[in-house]
Design a protein around this ligand. Sequence first.
Ligand SMILES: Cc1cc2nc3c(=O)[nH]c(=O)nc-3n(C[C@H](O)[C@H](O)[C@H](O)COP(=O)(O)OP(=O)(O)OC[C@H]3O[C@@H](n4cnc5c(N)ncnc54)[C@H](O)[C@@H]3O)c2cc1C
Ligand code: FES
Length: 262
Amino acid sequence: MINPFLPSKMKILDIIPETEIDQTFVLAGRKPVKPGQFFQLSVPGAGEAPVSVSDFEDDKLFVTIRKVGRLTNALFALAPGDYIFARGPYGNGFDYRDYVDSDLKVIAGGTGLAPVKKVIKHFIANKSIASLEVLLGFKTPQDILYRREVRAWVDAGLATLTVDKAGPDWSGNTGLITGYLKNLDLSNLENCKFIVVGPPIMIKFITIELLLLQVPEENIWVSLERKMSCGLGKCGHCKIGETYVCLEGPAFRFARARRLLD
Ligand SMILES: Cc1cc2nc3c(=O)[nH]c(=O)nc-3n(C[C@H](O)[C@H](O)[C@H](O)COP(=O)(O)OP(=O)(O)OC[C@H]3O[C@@H](n4cnc5c(N)ncnc54)[C@H](O)[C@@H]3O)c2cc1C
Ligand code: FES
């Protein structure tokens, strides 16, 4: 029997710099995975942490990592040709079938874009929804992830991009992401579904606005970040009440997430 706690080695094929503190690692050896699921990544001696899958194609898996501490420092010291250890994927992820025929709005702040990037790419390529609109917010222009793709989405009229604080070379939108909800086409509100990912404070204020607009809680999905350890429903680190976020989440309909956060 395969030990589910045993990580496997994944070779780093490429490292794509995104910002000063974010890098996308391209790993060889794709495992069956859904957007919104996560892997427990580790480097011997430096620990282990959950990281969302940001993309996958053929036999490649992409993870975008922010350098914040012990493990991520160790990951940033690696180079193409080195190996990362990975367990997973874990969690439920986003289910494409939940959004079929809807007017889907994806609202992402900062690194929250990573777990939904593949959802956006999927629905651009696959016309199974009625429409797609994306609203993206970053702290500054330097913090924008996936610049080439984000630029293409904006140029195609698919995405609105804003930064909290502009720099001298920035001529785009500025201000908090909540201020740009008005840019979304909500004329057919009963057919709209929303995925909201980002820092907890952003999720809080976006969902308040959506509920004021009378969006049903069932039509809003959020992703909850909790401290994880096993990822397998065994250790209880991620538990809120009776809910194991690592198993039943991290993606939840807001109707459920709200009860977990209350
Ligand atoms: C489901 C899920 C998905 C995730 N997906 C991603 C992802 O796609 N990409 C990503 O980058 N992260 C992701 N994370 C977050 C990631 O797991 C954490 O950032 C993780 O803690 C990093 O591990 P670390 O050992 O590098 O940091 P740690 O050393 O554990 O540090 C974690 C936090 O502590 C702070 N800290 C560290 N050292 C100090 C210090 N000396 N003094 C004060 N504060 C300190 C850091 O600023 C950081 O905020 C995800 C988390 C979850 C739960
Ligand atoms: S992380 Fe161990 S039970 Fe969820």
